[in-house]
Design a protein around this ligand. Structure first.
Ligand code: GLY
Length: 361
């Protein structure tokens, strides 16, 4: 028997900057000029295209950057393998080569899909994220999770593939709906509960200003939130340990979104999930009543509905078993032990989940 060892011990520096500012499109375009890129493909959806896509494309062209735009129909239902392959065919027919760049301009769906395309197109080409929703700014554009959905669930197929840069232009939030602001706020609140009590106190004081799009407060909240997410990803890029804490509120949250047939948004689902999982933590004597009440009142004060109303509780419970974070069919939870601290990988008895969900009717 002969043996050859192919040695592939890797040392990779995938570090990148997250740039946050007001009206930074001009700076982004000027920055791209200095990179000596091949073609640039801007991927966006039809909503963002109308608001910012054309404007951004014109700006790049005015700087003589060889760019083109691909727009697909907005919405999670289009974050599919089918949309991915359609876009890939356009990229190829436009002659985007390995030295080119993909720019994801839009919310979480655009970012997840474009990142996944960038990670497999010609075995990987560079991409940058320009998130235009609060949710994408504070969560999905940072950390390199890319994916498409399948009938079996959200984000079933994807990669870890980091962008080369993230540009957050606060002014793109001017056109964002109140519902979409709440959607992002759920993840901001989650960041505070899992790791940063000071940020939680800041949110208690300033949540209404965030929702009212007060520029100074928004910049502070987005910077704070991105800093939390960045530190967690730096510690554990591929969710082997610490990154799991970002799933607080998501075991029940995803299950609620699915049980509502996605009528409930991700943010609303995560808010309800955080309330349920905090109550579960209390039932399991992991958190005291005072801390539990503070968490629930911040979520309620922010404007989230904290009642389950018509959603079927058994269906929510059953959905948790199909969560990606399960171990042999047993769903695992991240539960708060105090504001700013959580425990991951916890099993919860069925009766506790059903009792808590029943109490939220
Ligand atoms: N949104 C959760 C994560 O990036 O890990």
């Amino acid at each position: 028997m002969d043996k050859l060892r192919l040695r592939l011990v890797k040392k990779i520096d995938d570090s990148y900057d997250i740039i946050i500012g007001n009206n930074i499109f001009q700076d982004i375009a000027e920055g791209l000029c200095s990179l000596k890129l091949g073609k640039i493909a801007i991927i966006t959806d039809n909503n963002v295209n109308v608001l910012y896509g054309d404007k951004f494309l014109k700006l790049l062209k005015s700087k003589n950057l060889n760019s083109f735009m691909i727009s697909f129909n907005a919405g999670e239902k289009n974050k599919t393998r089918k949309t991915k392959s359609k876009i890939e065919d356009v990229l190829a027919s436009q002659g985007l080569g390995r030295g080119g760049l993909i720019i994801a301009l839009g919310g979480g769906v655009v970012g997840d899909l474009s990142g996944f395309i960038a990670s497999t197109y010609m075995r990987g080409i560079s991409f940058i994220q320009i998130p235009t929703t609060l949710l994408a700014m504070v969560d999905s554009s940072i950390g390199g999770k890319t994916a498409v959905d399948t009938e079996k669930g959200k984000n079933m197929i994807g990669t870890f593939y980091q962008p080369k840069r993230v540009f957050i232009d606060i002014n793109t939030l001017e056109t964002l709906s109140d519902d979409e602001m709440l959607n992002g706020l759920a993840e901001i609140i989650k960041h505070a509960i899992i790791i940063d009590e000071k940020f939680f106190v800041f949110l208690e004081d300033y949540v209404s200003k965030i929702l009212a799009k007060d520029n100074n407060v928004l910049v502070q909240a987005i910077k704070w939130s991105c800093n939390i997410k960045k530190k967690i990803v730096e510690n554990d890029e591929t969710e082997k340990s610490l990154r799991k804490i970002l799933n607080f509120g998501h075991t029940i949250g995803h299950a609620i979104e699915k049980a509502s047939n996605y009528q409930i948004t991700h943010g609303e689902g995560v808010a309800l999930g955080m309330v349920a999982e905090t109550k579960i933590a209390f039932e399991m004597k992991k958190i005291n009543e005072r801390e539990m009440n503070k968490i629930i009142s911040l979520i309620e004060k922010s404007g989230f509905n904290i009642k389950l109303s018509k959603i079927d509780i058994k269906e929510i419970y059953d959905n948790t078993k199909f969560d990606k974070k399960n171990k042999g069919g047993i769903p695992l939870y991240v539960l708060p032990t105090k504001i700013g601290r959580v425990e991951a990988d916890l099993e919860v008895k069925e009766e506790v989940v059903l009792q808590v969900l029943g109490g939220m009717k």
